[in-house]
Design a protein around this ligand. Sequence first.
Ligand SMILES: [Zn+2]
Length: 320
Amino acid sequence: MNWISEWALPKIQTWLGRKEVPDNLWHKCPACEQMIFHRDLERALHVCTHCGHHMRIPAAKRIEYTLDPGFQRIELPKAPVDPLRFRDQRKYADRLKEAQAKAAMDDAVMVAHGTIEGRRAVVAAFEFGFMGGSMSPGVGEAIVTAARLAVLQDAPLIVFTASGGARMQEGAVSLMQMPRTVIATQMVKEAGLPFIVVMADPTTGGVTASFAMLGDIHIAEPKALIGFAGARVIEQTVRETLPEGFQRAEYLLEHGILDMVVKRGEMRERLAQVISLLREPVLPGTVPEPAPALADAMAPAPVDAMKPAPVAAPKAAPEA
Ligand SMILES: [Zn+2]
């Protein structure tokens, strides 16, 4: 990299008229170890341009890549933290403050609503950089809020997971978020709305053991690690060598845990397609029969009134 630091960087500095150039212009792919220029990486949605490795991305990027421009991030209710006043080498409260400052989030999940190719959706995204995307009361609160919002807006709920599981420092309170998030996503299903889970690398522990496995549609990014316990623990328990690719997205797809493995660059389009299939089951040019109960209720009305309302408003302006 000498020619870059000795020749290219000074040139760039002169050209930009700046004294300082950030040293993070190049990123190393953790899979193939090739260097990628930050702008190329951003353009490729943080997928390695050499080997196709899907790098871990922050929750904010996830939302930006998924929703149409003009989406709104929502404020999440504050949840009680640190009930155990836990400390290991350091106080949990201090670790939490540090994570909050680093990620500019209160906890490990970000929620936003908007549209995906013109179709309304509520998106919750885990931030793996925030204490390993671990489940705390704050995370539970975020999923409950996202589910409520989806019901309120009559929109599908999409959760992008990336988590190491329960947050040990919160003890049993963290484990309680498992049934809590299950009930939250059940609310979405009871309202007849699609609940889609997109599993990113890694989705493990309590998240896998709760709502993440209860989606109507399960999607994963290529080669994402998805499982409950780690492979080594399983190997030691069952005393067997695990097959190649165990707990990876492609293996799980083959074994029926996932519905599809979708590249990041195609995710938006695929989500829009899935939402459209689940929510607009009307083929162009066909008029569906109204449900019998609805037909009875509307019997005295003129036939015109029975025409169903337009099913979707494609390219509807995102809600302000
Ligand atoms: Zn690579």
